[in-house]
Design a protein around this ligand. Structure first.
Ligand code: TIU
Length: 219
C-alpha cells in the first residue's frame, strides 16, 4: 500500500488495484481550431499542463499502475450526438462541422487525437465517449471491473466538466478517487478552484485531491 498526503486526509492505494484515467487530453480541447476554441475559450491554459500529465503517466507506468485514456468523440454519422448537444449555444463551429483539424469532436479526425506528447502506449485502453462522463455509454466500468481496479487516479481536462463528471460517476460506483491537482485544468481558473474544493469538502464527498509532487512522495 502507498499513502499520499492528500486533502481532506491521507489517500491510501495499492498500485496493483489502481488505474490512472487521463481524461480528454485531445487536440479538440488543447489546440487552436478545435472544439474548445470554437466555444470561445483560450486553449493555452490547458496546454500548460501537458508536461505534468506526461510525468504523471510515466510515474504510473513505472509502478505498474494501469493507464487508461479517454477522448470525447462522436460517430461520424453523429448518431450518438444528441441534437441538443450539437444545437447548444453559438459556437464558431458545431460538432461535426469541418474545422482546421478535421470534423469537430468526431472520432477518427485529427482533432480528436490525444496530443502527441501523451500518446497512449501499447495495450493502454482508449475509451471514446459521447458524453462528459467516461462511464456513460462506454465499456469503462467493465474494463475496470475485469482488471480488479478499486482506486482511480484522475487527470485531464476540463476540471469542472469531463473530469468532475467522471469522478462523480466513479465515486457513485464505489471507486476511491484521487484527482491530481496540477494535472487537471479548466478554461476558467475559478471553476477549477471551486471544483477542487467541492470534491474534498464534507470529508471528501466526491474524493481526494493532491498535487503530483505529493503522489511522488507516497510511501
Ligand atoms: N467545454 C468544456 O469545458 N469541456 C468539454 O466540453 N469537455 C471536456 O471537459 N472534456
Amino acid at each position: 500500500m502507498l499513502e499520499v498526503a492528500a486533502a481532506p486526509f491521507a489517500y491510501a492505494f495499492d498500485p496493483a488495484t489502481t488505474a490512472l484515467v487521463v481524461i480528454d487530453m485531445q487536440r479538440d480541447f488543447i489546440e487552436p481550431g478545435g472544439f474548445g476554441d470554437a466555444l470561445g475559450n483560450d486553449v493555452r491554459r490547458l496546454a500548460a499542463i501537458v508536461p505534468t500529465v506526461r510525468e504523471l503517466i510515466a510515474w504510473c507506468r513505472g509502478r505498474g499502475i494501469r493507464v487508461l485514456h479517454t477522448r470525447e468523440g462522436h460517430r461520424p454519422d453523429l448518431a450518438d450526438c444528441p441534437p441538443a448537444k450539437r444545437r447548444r449555444g453559438a459556437p464558431r463551429l458545431r460538432i461535426g462541422d469541418v474545422g482546421p483539424m478535421g470534423r469537430i469532436l468526431v472520432d477518427g479526425e485529427p482533432g480528436n487525437n490525444i496530443v502527441p506528447e501523451l500518446r497512449p502506449q501499447g495495450s493502454e485502453p482508449v475509451i471514446v465517449k459521447p458524453g462528459k462522463g467516461a462511464f456513460w455509454a462506454t465499456p469503462l466500468e467493465t474494463i475496470l471491473r475485469e482488471a480488479g481496479v478499486t482506486h482511480l487516479l484522475l487527470a485531464g481536462v476540463t476540471t469542472e466538466v469531463c473530469v468532475q463528471t467522471t469522478m462523480r460517476e466513479a465515486n457513485d460506483r464505489g471507486y476511491d478517487c484521487l484527482l491530481i491537482e496540477d494535472a487537471t485544468e479548466s478554461y476558467f481558473p475559478e471553476f477549477k478552484q471551486a471544483t477542487l474544493e467541492m470534491i474534498r469538502a464534507q470529508g471528501g464527498i466526491v474524493g481526494w485531491t493532491a498535487p503530483f509532487a505529493a503522489l511522488c512522495r507516497a510511501r
